[in-house]
Write a protein that binds this ligand. Sequence first.
Ligand SMILES: [Zn+2]
Ligand SMILES: [Zn+2]
Ligand SMILES: [Zn+2]
Length: 137
Amino acid sequence: METIEQLLESKNIRVTAMRLLIYKFLAQKETAVALSDIENAFEKADRTTLYRTIKTFEEKAIVHNIDDGTGIVKYALCEKGCNCEIENDLHLHFHCNNCGTTVCLTEHKIPQIKVPKGYISEDVNLVVKGICDKCSS
Ligand SMILES: [Zn+2]
Ligand SMILES: [Zn+2]
Ligand SMILES: [Zn+2]
């Protein structure tokens, strides 16, 4: 199995202790996290470093950002092999109106969306809102 070090190196990201810690933090989360969640988890770390790490991860398709309509951008790890391409990789997200969590529905890809001639899609964000499985049971 590929280690986190190998994964980062395969994406041309220099491995640092902080990057490994943040990756592990994201990997153990079942829900998307806000930057403030990361800051709270790493209180002693420099906030700029945390922010830059997330930005680096985003640029290299390690994480993707999610606008769930709450006004707070959230981040979640990409699936293995993801390049954050509209046609192949983008999936639905689900935001629970009850507990406020946002999760990736990676099995549910965003359907091909045709835009008029002359328009170029750069990002698509589809968020389903409702009650999550934990809150509905
Ligand atoms: Zn991705
Ligand atoms: Zn819920
Ligand atoms: Zn996602």
